[in-house]
Design a protein around this ligand. Sequence first.
Ligand SMILES: [Zn+2]
Length: 258
Amino acid sequence: MPHLTIDAHAHLTDAPSAAELDAVLTRAASASVAAVVTAAARRGDWEPIKLLTEASAAGRTSGVRIVGALGVHPWYAATAAPVWEDELQEGLARLDTPLIGEIGLDFGPKGLAAAPKESQRELFAAQLRLADETRRPIVVHACRTGGELFAAIRPFRRIPAVLVHGSVESVPREALSARFFFSFSAAQTAPGQRRGREAVRRLAALVPEQIVPESDYPAGGREPSAVVETAAALEELGARPGAAGARFSEIFDLFPST
Ligand SMILES: [Zn+2]
């Protein structure tokens, strides 16, 4: 299997305009980025993500494969509409490679300002149950949760893959099973990001083929084409992002051979 450059975490539906999104995807294609995982933060992102994945399937995204994830981010835990769960199931049924995300826990100041711990926990648990029942991969956001995030995921054995985004927290050993992937952007890998680089180096020593680059577009003004540089930085830190990308692509069935 050839090595693949993927952008494991972006929010393409936050692009300021359709023209800008086209330009971003064209640059990603020129940089040989094969696929971009685009995650929802809230209900309003679901329909645009569906349209984007359809455009991708119809070959209208410059040859870059768009993989959609639908879910409710922990920051919106307190404001999720009561019917979100039925609507999420409906939305997922209409996507071709439906991941559940971005879901998770955020006990940092930003997360707790948006939603209390208890509502975050309830929302996360409900989405984990859904992912487990429907055997879907998940895209996970973690911030200052200690071991709680991994402990919450552990019982859900039927979730086939877990994509942990941007976390520089130490990862408990049981999270190092092959179903976990960890994605990092230049916010963690750029020169001078001492804490982030150290976290990647520690993780790369244990699971070099489970570390993939992300842009987290549009955060920090980074875009999917930038993952090429991030992949090089990850490699310097001991990871094998090309091989990880190939494994990722296989697990997520990004380029089915049929
Ligand atoms: Zn995100």
